[in-house]
Design a protein around this ligand. Sequence first.
Ligand SMILES: Nc1ncnc2c1ncn2[C@@H]1O[C@H](COP(=O)(O)OP(=O)(O)OP(=O)(O)O)[C@@H](O)[C@H]1O
Ligand SMILES: [Mg+2]
Length: 365
Amino acid sequence: MGFKMGIVGLPNVGKSTLFNALTKTAAAQAANFPFCTIEPNVGEVGVPDARLDKLAAIAGSKQIIPTRMTFVDIAGLVKGASQGEGLGNQFLANIRETDAIAHVLRCFEDGDVTHVDGRVNPVEDAETIETELMLADIESIEKRLQNIVRKVRGGDKEAVQQERLLRQALAMLEDGKPARLIEVDEEDAKAWKMLQLLTTKPVLYVCNVGEAEAAEGNAHSAKVAEMAAAQGNSHVIISAQIEEEISQLEDDEAEMFLTEMGLEEAGLDRLIRAGYELLHLETYFTVGPKEARAWTIKTGTAGPQAAGVIHGDFERGFIRAETIAYDDYIAHNGEQGSKEAGKMRAEGKSYIVKDGDVLHFLFNT
Ligand SMILES: Nc1ncnc2c1ncn2[C@@H]1O[C@H](COP(=O)(O)OP(=O)(O)OP(=O)(O)O)[C@@H](O)[C@H]1O
Ligand SMILES: [Mg+2]
């Protein structure tokens, strides 16, 4: 499946620093000048999940394999990006290909690090970026409306549906609001997603604060929190610089460092999990002596499609899924104990997999 989160924001706010921390690499060049990044950097990140370690410990699994999510570090956007300012159109196309947006906002004060507008004001910065995304959507909608005129006149059903949705989005955007505020019916959901509008993508604000503020945030991040709440969006507080330092440390060193900073867990873990929630994703597990592994599904996925994440044959030849809820697996100390307690269920094709299910698929090919 591969869910992709785009790291978006003004130039020089810490996007590449964050990307490097997430991917534990120095793959992206991060430096104190705007437009340091031009070509997007793409990296896969393991989704942290303490449950997986507990399952592996019980089953004595040799290997632990977390499920993965993709992050894309995208070039900085500036005012006028939708008109091509600062290579804007190319960068907007990079955003179009993502499933959700991690919007990095500069919340740290540091006179040595240039801000493109010469002041620190994350709420205005967020508006600048959102405005560009809205303008880009308006432009692409107008183009598309022109392109389908003939088909609509000819009564093409798909085109008629598209036109209706495009006009709905356009009205919202012209009212100065992002298209994500539109609630679409189930029958329109697929066509709506196919429009790939930038402002329909769910947003998570990432408040990039100074080193000493990583635990509590600061006055800037408090304002972002207020804005996010008013919009119904989520936010996380992180210091990209510290996270990058932590990501270079061994696990036990990192833990000591976190305690010193007054942090319970790395901000990155919170960020990745928030992204996972934003995308309405859930996890199921497969557990055995060889490996304990986490798999990602969309909330509401049925047994065969969940099996298909592992392999297409599993989906096509799906018979049933032996299912143990995570809590039962832990409470009864593994598969055997759960079975004896009557907690292993045989679930068929219509079963909707639940977050935390430990599954064993039976299939024929
Ligand atoms: N929390 C922070 N506190 C202080 N400095 C930071 C913080 N986060 C990032 N920086 C610094 O800000 C500068 C810009 O960082 P980075 O290159 O990651 O930004 P960017 O958003 O990727 O920029 P561009 O859009 O130009 O690619 C770097 O010098 C980096 O060390
Ligand atoms: Mg960069």
